[in-house]
Design a protein around this ligand. Sequence first.
Ligand SMILES: CC(=[NH2+])C(=O)[O-]
Length: 124
Amino acid sequence: MDIIQTHDAPAAIGPYSQAVRVGPFLYTSGQIPLTKEGNLVEGGISEQVAQVFANLDAVLKAGGATREQVVKATIFMTDLAEFQVVNEACASFFGEHRPARSTVQVAALPRGARVEIELIAYRG
Ligand SMILES: CC(=[NH2+])C(=O)[O-]
């Protein structure tokens, strides 16, 4: 098992790792829209989800995985009325690739974020 850590994504805000690699699998922690410096990005859901994907991209890269190797995404949102914006950001991030995905609305997310996304990649 390898602990993945990169300065190109915000540090964990609790006792967890940015990602853990086990054999061919890479499990990212949920990314919220924090900048590398650890500040909540300014703006609304568009800016937030863009920051989340930028963070995930950095963590995937640090873990030796690509977007195309993502097999599962889990999305947590505080307002499913913003579903379309998140869908469009997902389509832009993954292109033609279509990982499995679950999306749920939750009551609240850390640091007042509106969206959190975690990924599982298979580096096979
Ligand atoms: C942000 C996050 N992944 C956590 O568990 O707090």
